[in-house]
Design a protein. Structure first.
Length: 99
């Protein structure tokens, strides 16, 4: 019985570790123009960890809770990093990996 519990636990831990997959994280989000400017440009950078393939495609939604969110797509480098210039009015962004 003890061996069966050990086997089931080992399989569960292994399957959970394999199910995680790549994760994307926004590392910086900074305005490119002064806040008094009518231009609302920002540089958004991030990284994808545990990439399964190169290149990896990232989908970014800027001002996602507004009436008019903007969508951007980008490709990571071989190191998993990416940067892009976006237009934003609220200064928020959400990144996901495209499958």
């Amino acid at each position: 019985m003890c061996k069966l519990i050990f086997l089931v636990t080992s399989l569960l831990i292994t399957s959970m570790a394999m199910a995680e997959g790549p994760q994307v994280k926004i590392t910086s989000f900074s305005y490119s123009a002064p806040s008094t400017s009518t231009i609302h440009l920002a540089e958004l950078c991030g990284i994808v960890r545990d990439m399964t393939s190169s290149p990896t495609f990232v989908h970014v939604v800027v001002d996602q809770s507004s009436k008019n969110p903007a969508s951007y797509n980008t490709v990571t480098g071989t190191d998993g990093k990416f940067c892009m210039t976006v237009t934003t009015y609220y200064g928020t962004a959400e990144a996901t990996i495209l499958h």
